[in-house]
Design a protein around this ligand. Structure first.
Ligand SMILES: [Mg+2]
Ligand SMILES: [Zn+2]
Length: 218
């Protein structure tokens, strides 16, 4: 994650992708958070898998059925598009499961299913438990606080972003210092050549330009 794009971006659901309505099992009450669609689309456009990692203790508490969780999932995907994976913890805080955030189980399971090393995964969430789970899994956590996020959690977060789209743009920005050069061949699409910031007619020219002294240097 220091350099290069994330291997996967894992989003918390409640308070991150959609407004947090406690123990909500009603698809009609699903409301996206600001910029959620644009943020998830920006990740998809980079070809990076997107997943949801969510604690749903309402199931263990008898306040939600798995069918209701599934109905909400379908509504979220209607609004925000499809996710490559949903990892849901249905347990309660007293169940001692390995998946409920802040435990790392959900994140590890999602990364395993997506074929990504957790150290290359980014986790976006709105509370300290999301970041603690990311840290425990070795992933790159970013806190996107909302009105309900406790100030001490924001203060304790290693990384924060003011909104989801900013968080995603930072994650998918071109790595510093990595200068891509397109060397087109006869199967390179013309629009790809046109869109490239830098091109060279052949490999040797590309390398010579990269290793040449700046003009004017002695
Ligand atoms: Mg949340
Ligand atoms: Zn669990």
């Amino acid at each position: 994650m220091r350099r290069g794009l994330p291997g996967a971006v894992l989003f918390d659901r409640d308070g991150t992708l959609i407004r947090d309505v406690p123990y909500n099992g009603d698809p009609g009450r699903v409301r996206p958070m600001p910029h959620a669609r644009a943020a998830v689309d920006a990740v998809r456009e980079r070809g990076i898998p997107v997943a949801v990692v969510t604690n749903q203790s309402g199931v263990a508490r008898g306040l939600l059925t798995l069918g209701a969780v599934e109905a909400v999932r379908r509504r979220v995907e209607e609004l925000l598009g499809p996710f490559d994976l949903w990892a849901v913890c249905p347990h309660g805080p007293g169940d001692g499961c390995a998946c409920r955030k802040p435990a790392p189980g959900l994140i590890r399971a999602a990364c395993a299913a997506l074929g990504t090393d957790p150290r290359r995964a980014a986790v976006l969430g709105d509370i300290g438990a999301d970041l603690a789970a990311a840290r425990a899994a070795g992933a790159h956590g970013v806190l996107v606080p909302n009105d309900m996020t406790r100030p001490e959690e924001t203060a304790a977060a290693a990384r924060t972003a003011p909104d989801l789209l900013t968080a995603v743009r930072r994650l998918t920005a071109r790595p510093e210092g990595a200068d891509g050069v397109l060397v087109p061949n006869d199967v390179t699409r013309p629009e790809e050549t046109a869109a490239a910031a830098r091109t060279a007619p052949d490999l040797l020219t590309a390398v010579r330009r990269l290793t040449a002294r700046p003009e004017g240097d002695p």
